[in-house]
Design a protein around this ligand. Structure first.
Ligand code: WT7
Length: 632
């Protein structure tokens, strides 16, 4: 299984060339390593205008037979999922491939008993416990389409998502532990179900022993249902292009987009990218700290690692509970070899100081990864030196919910890394930059809009129930190209650096300024922890630069700190980019996946703070109040 990884830079170049010359042949070879009920008729059929993309059409398979059954003989007793509880005193759980298989088959029978059929949509709203992974895989086994909603979302976000996909089953828990809080998931679900009439059955896992209401006829307990089923379940045979799951992601308008991924292509690409990017080796302990409620958790906690026969860790808690050393303690205790997290987590832990890091032995770490946003230089070096001790290559993985898998990244220890650069596209990924006139840029050392000009197996196929929006959003801006929405710079060596969303570009006095560029300049100041830049209407410049800045410690003299910050910006980016207004804040409005909601900051900066639109995806709404009060 793990024999055919890319092992050096020359290998990578060869493999990339092969993948461009004959993509069909390239991916067909990868597909042959999986278990198929019937081989495909045609490798690829595509049209980026409609758009319509099919990989391995005519093939029949079940992804869970590839995640589980085919490993039973070779690695049945190996740990598949290693679970760490929120509470450090609660026992960890090791679930072997054999046990996971048994659990998935049993729960698939529970779903069947509750009326689930192939093609049904099932909403999953659960804490980070192994049963979440079991629920996901059981849906896949029975051929139902899972729609996981992150357990931090409100009842309104939950009912919107249930209604959009017309789900008939909701799987939840009585509650979830997060730090010192208990999230009342069932009671939130009850509120959601009042406005989501399509739900016929709600299956409830007991996790927190919170007292809850169970509605007769609708609500059933997970553990009681299990008593009535056996553990044999023949996997439903799926077509390659049958939908596997829907996952909601926020769009530029308020309405979330239900991104649809299908079976075969997603399977092949998540396995391929997992093995090659992280260079997973037999016996490694791999830990991705994301929540399964995000695409990172789907592709790189559940599917990619299990398809590769890996041991994947799942953590229920948060990085700062009981203190900011929790991640490092878990790494020491479990001898984690590969660690994958987000820049926002790295920065917040860096800000807590080294006292939380040094007590722990991190020598098991071989590979570090980041995902979700551009990583600033300072955080990159801290991660490299203090966590990896200079011995663990950092993979900076650029991708999106829509791409299903990692698109641009170095391969750990195999292809060159460069701080703040995602570096090079993976084999099979034909990225390109587009200039203001919509033309492909054919030289290096330039900046442009990042597009993909050829299909890859794990690309999204549609937005659930709205194919028009899918075409409009991704395929109509540039002819025959998938537009990512991101800006990107290619340096003189052909290395890619993601500069941030294109809608984050600011035009100041006729000059294009990337918000990320100014932010990382300000972040260079020793007292600055994090910055968010937005534009606001400025009578002379068109746009003024407004900086929201979080400091490590409160400045004695805010005016002189403002001056120092602007001297830095002036030096690093240029005087044009100097901030017109600098507001010191204690936090920034972020989504739960760590993205700054600039839309909100833009409103506040332009003096329109009453009309903030949908703020339901905010992690901590109280931050907004504070920011509103301090407007400059
Ligand atoms: C957007 C996608 C992919 C899983 C998590 C986020 C930004 C993602 C990087 C990176 C710079 C990055 C992009 C992208 N992004 N990874 N390594 N460097 N930016 O998934 O919520 O769909 O967000 O996240 O702007 O378009 P998502």
């Amino acid at each position: 299984m793990q024999g055919n990884r890319i092992k050096n830079f020359a290998d990578y170049k060869k493999e990339y060339q092969k993948s461009i010359k004959n993509p069909e042949l390239f991916w067909e070879k990868k597909a042959e390593n999986f278990f198929w009920r019937k081989k495909w008729d045609i490798v690829l059929d595509w049209d980026f205008v409609t758009p319509d993309v099919k990989w391995f059409d005519g093939g029949k398979l079940n992804i869970t037979e590839n995640c589980l059954d085919r490993h039973l003989e070779t690695r049945g007793d190996q740990v598949a999922i290693k679970w760490i509880a929120n509470n450090p005193d609660e026992k960890a759980r090791d679930i072997t491939y054999k046990e996971l298989h048994l659990n998935v088959c049993s729960f698939a029978n529970v779903l069947k008993r509750n009326g689930v059929k192939k093609g049904d949509r099932i909403c999953i709203y659960m804490p980070m416990v192994p049963e979440l992974a079991i629920a996901v895989l059981s849906c896949a086994r029975i051929g139902a389409i899972h729609s996981v909603v992150f357990a931090g979302f409100s009842s309104k976000s939950l009912s919107d998502r249930i209604n959009d996909a017309d789900c008939n089953i909701l799987i939840t828990a009585d509650g979830g532990f997060r730090g010192d809080k208990v999230i009342p998931l069932k009671s939130i679900s009850d509120d959601a179900m009042k406005n989501a009439p399509s739900i016929e059955k709600c299956i409830v896992l007991k996790r927190t022993n919170t007292s809850i209401n169970m509605m007769n006829g609708r609500d059933v307990w997970w553990h009681e249902e299990l008593e009535n089923v056996d553990s044999n379940f023949d996997a439903e045979i799926m077509n390659s292009e049958d939908p596997l799951f829907i996952l909601y992601t926020s769009g530029s308008t308020g309405k979330p987009k239900g991104i649809v991924h299908t079976n075969a292509g997603y399977m092949i690409y998540t396995e391929y990218s997992f093995k090659n990017v992280f260079q997973y080796e037999e016996g490694d302990i791999y830990w991705c700290t994301a929540d399964i409620g995000w695409i990172t958790g789907h592709s790189y906690i559940v599917y990619g690692p299990l398809l590769s026969g890996a041991t994947t860790m799942m953590f229920e808690g948060i990085p700062t509970y009981p203190d900011a050393g929790r991640f490092w303690k878990i790494i020491e205790e479990n001898k984690v070899n590969i660690f994958y997290t987000a820049p926002t987590a790295i920065r917040s832990l860096e800000a807590k100081g080294l006292d939380f890091v040094t007590p722990y032995d991190l020598s098991s770490l071989k590979v570090l990864g980041t995902v979700g946003e551009p990583i600033n230089e300072d955080a990159w070096h801290w991660y490299n030196q203090e966590i990896g001790k200079g011995n663990a290559p950092i993979v900076d993985t650029w991708w999106q919910t829509e791409t299903g898998g990692i698109m641009i990244s170095n391969l750990a220890g195999v292809t060159p890394a460069k701080p703040t650069f995602a570096t090079l596209p993976l084999p099979g990924i034909q990225t390109c930059l587009i200039d203001e006139n919509g033309q492909e840029i054919l030289k290096n050392s330039v900046e442009g809009k990042l597009c993909v000009k050829f299909p890859w197996p794990s690309m999204a196929r549609t937005i659930y129930g709205d194919h028009n929006r899918f075409r409009e959003t991704y395929f109509s801006k540039f002819k025959n190209k998938y537009f990512t929405g991101d800006g990107c710079l290619i340096d003189e060596d052909g290395m890619y650096r993601i500069t941030g969303r294109v809608d984050d570009v600011l035009v100041v006095s006729g000059h294009n300024l990337g918000t990320a560029e100014i932010e990382s300049a300000i972040d260079e100041h020793e007292n600055v922890c994090e910055t968010a830049i937005v534009g606001y209407p400025h009578t002379i410049k068109g746009n003024g630069v407004y900086a929201f800045v979080i400091c490590h410690h409160q400045a004695d003299d805010e005016e002189s700190l403002r001056k120092e910050i602007n001297e830095l910006v002036s030096k690093i980016v240029g005087p044009i980019a100097k901030a017109d207004k600098i507001q010191f804040v204690s936090g920034l409005p972020k989504t739960r996946s760590g993205k700054i909601m600039r839309r909100i900051l833009r409103k506040i900066a332009s003096g329109d703070s009453e009309n903030l639109g949908d703020t339901s995806t905010l992690l901590d709404p109280s931050v907004v109040k504070e920011i509103k009060c301090g407007v400059q």
